[in-house]
Design a binder for this molecule. Sequence first.
Ligand code: TSJ
Length: 637
Amino acid sequence: MSKDYGADQIQILEGLEAVRKRPGMYIGSTSSRGLHHLVYEIVDNAVDEALAGYCTQIDVSVNQDGSVTVIDNGRGIPVEINKKKGVSSVEVVFTILHAGGKFGGGGYKVSGGLHGVGASVVNALSNWLEVVVDLDGKSYKQRYERGRAVMPLTEIGTSDRTGSTVTFLPDDTIFEETVFDYDILKERLRETAFLTKGLKITLTDKREDQEKTKTFHYEGGIKEYVQYLNKGRTALYPEIIYCEGKKDETYVEVAIQHNDTYTESCYSFVNNIITPEGGTHFTGFKNALTKTFNAYARQMKYLKENEQPLSGEDIREGISAIISIKLPEPQFEGQTKQKLGNSEARSAVENVVSEQLTYFLEQNPAVGKLVCEKAVLAQRARDAARKARELTRRKTALDSTALPGKLADCSDKDPKNCEIFIVEGNSAGGSAKNARSRATQAILPLRGKILNVEKSRLDKVLVNAEIKAMITAFGTGIHDEFDITKLRYHKIIIMTDADVDGAHIATLMLTFLYRFMPELIKQGYVYLAQPPLYKIEKNKQVWYAYNDDELNRILLEIGRDNNNKIQRYKGLGEMDAEQLWDTTMDPEKRILHRVMIDEEKSSEIDVTFTTLMGDDVDPRREFIEANAKFVKNLDIY
Ligand code: TSJ
């Protein structure tokens, strides 16, 4: 290695500096999210090796010192000296921005992280990084610190395997958070394994005394992903509809299975990256589905000649589907660059799905019949719901005091200043009405448990009294008529008891909002209130504790003695108006948790809600007691 800094060397250092100066440009953020993207970025390189057909297993471990190791059994990153750069190909991969994929062989880089950045970015943002390459009977190693090689690639011994091993410790001067979360890595690696059939991925956490390991290996690929989405739901038919094909340079894979619910769970991916906003590939899928099922329904007379065609939504009622395509040069559009723009993707998916779905329906008429019958019912329910809405609209027009009777509204009419508390139970509702600040806080008490919308179609949801009250109070309307600009309160606060039943009711309300008014959550208008669990009194002084740790801290501070009076609140109803104001409603003192959705994790949130709302009580109890997964995926803070 030459000691003097040539033009190449300067270019490398400038590249690394650029990444360290503006890390967000390369990995999105320096929060926990960006931190985890470092792992995906390295893993994606190994996935590319699997897609090229040379790697069958990837092992990821979180080490005791907080670093992460990724090992694959591929060919090994090429070690020969790169003629142009004068250093090994390994060093090129880890030090030159956007290198990777193109060297050596023909193929194109297929998988990729959020911004399609390379190993060099991970290197630049790591305290240190070590790479070991095993090939041709030898083992090579190189170490970098803050992105700079501290030695050239060096032969360190012999080896009877081939593959690449990368270990890195994220730079704690760059990341706000440097502790890897096992569950976050687990969900993403599960998804990667579903999307790459046959590839075995393991995850091991070596940080605690008890090592944790999980293996993901799906021979069925996205077919098993769809089964996973329908886990906890009842499938309408046992088969998984599967379409696969290639048109020009676009490889298309689609898996579909309907279930007996009314929600649509479609997730689309491009080069293994989720596209939360869909795009041309998703449009192609929807077009093919609508066209093919309508033609089939007419042909089989499930739809009479004089009847309206089935809408896409009717056909997608209760559908679970994965659309996964791979193409050489994806173009992402839209504000967040999450929407696929390539027009060739639309025609590729449309052609593959139309052709193979038509064939599937010919071979499986029983499936065709079930889906068409469900879609016809959906069409009728949709008509009925529309008529019911028109009726209420007319009533509303006549009667301007249409707000629900139970609502104690606030006097301020500027939504920005206003909040609405959705309160469980009439007694708590009474205290809340007395406690509130009338100008800006509205109270809507709900009676007992609200309808489980996971099991109801729109028309049934719309006649439920508790839900109707919420919709009218919010002012936004629902479904096709939803209009967020009409929202009457910029904070919707769900306030339930701090016990298992309260958590269940909060979950039911969140499910309703998530399924029917997702924009409210996406735009950050929904909150959970946090009432205290304990009241501690000593010598006329009062403290409130919101969890057991806090209780212990307070007791330690004031001393555990007989003068202490500890009350455990079983419900909001046990507090008088003043206490409720002081602990839970006063904007100056209260704790509010904003409910947010991480779009990248939407398929996992979907499964979480289904599991929570299913017939099986055990998962719900576990969840409510642990509460961990929910908080993580929904990013409640
Ligand atoms: F990105 C990375 F460097 F960090 C990294 C790359 C990390 C990990 C865990 C694995 C890999 C990686 C790269 N695994 N396998 C490969 N393969 C190649 O780089 C490779 C090998 C041979 C040929 C060839 O044409 O002979 C081409 C390539 C791209």
